[in-house]
Design a protein around this ligand. Sequence first.
Ligand SMILES: C[S@@+](CC[C@H](N)C(=O)[O-])C[C@H]1O[C@@H](n2cnc3c(N)ncnc32)[C@H](O)[C@@H]1O
Length: 265
Amino acid sequence: MNAVIYPLGHAEKELERLDGQASLLCDPSLEALFAHCKSCLEIGCGNGANLPLLRQQNRYTQYTGIDTSEAAIDEAFRRFHDSEDTRFMVMSGASIDLPDSSFDLIFTKLVLWSVGVDWPCVLEEAMRLLKPGGTFYAFEPCNHLVEMYPSKPSARRWMNQWDEAACASGLDPFIGPKVASQLNAAGFENVDSKFFPVIATGREKERYEAIVGNLKCFYMGPSAEALGLPSDGELRRHATAEFLEFGPESLVMDAFFVSRGSKSS
Ligand SMILES: C[S@@+](CC[C@H](N)C(=O)[O-])C[C@H]1O[C@@H](n2cnc3c(N)ncnc32)[C@H](O)[C@@H]1O
């Protein structure tokens, strides 16, 4: 497996961002899957930010969260390991040390983009670990479809540079539409993929600021330096100012694909 550096890190501020992001990007179709499953594996669970929302759907699901980051798993454990139904483990989604056919539902949210070119092996592991009839779900980004209106040219240039640097490091911030074909290749059935835009207009100031704030932290936090982008300079200053601009005509759209497939019964 080709190792890539995970550029966002797991400092306190990034873990806080994951909590805000979890509710901003929540998908009712994942909640419905969780509501009806007995056992669930989240690959790349971070600090467990998705769990409290899912637990509102079903308190009794046996939940396992794995992540390669010890810091993230420690934090998830500290916050949510309060019952026998919840466990967290440091483990890579590319090589999961758990028995075959263990879960009804396996999901990843904003993880596959950061695994590196061998990311399809996560899907192969999911196929092995699903029970017959179980479902795999992935929520992954498609950064070149992110839109902001009126246009923010410096922010756009910054984001393009970030995406290019990420691709050069072996990451794939455009992975969203590619997941479905790899699910087919891994032998999943009933494969389906949908565009999942997250939009706010100038009539929804709080939501607009939450979406843009999340984009700004993602693109301009520690990941920028990890990818070799300048820590100061004119482009960074202009981009920061543009991210903060808001008016009645504003619109922002963050862009994702939700893909799923099932294991034959
Ligand atoms: C953007 S965070 C998302 C966390 C969580 N899924 C959420 O929605 O809040 C991506 C997480 O994937 C983890 N990750 C990256 N590559 C991984 C791999 N190969 N196996 C397991 N976790 C991985 C990172 O450590 C990070 O915590």
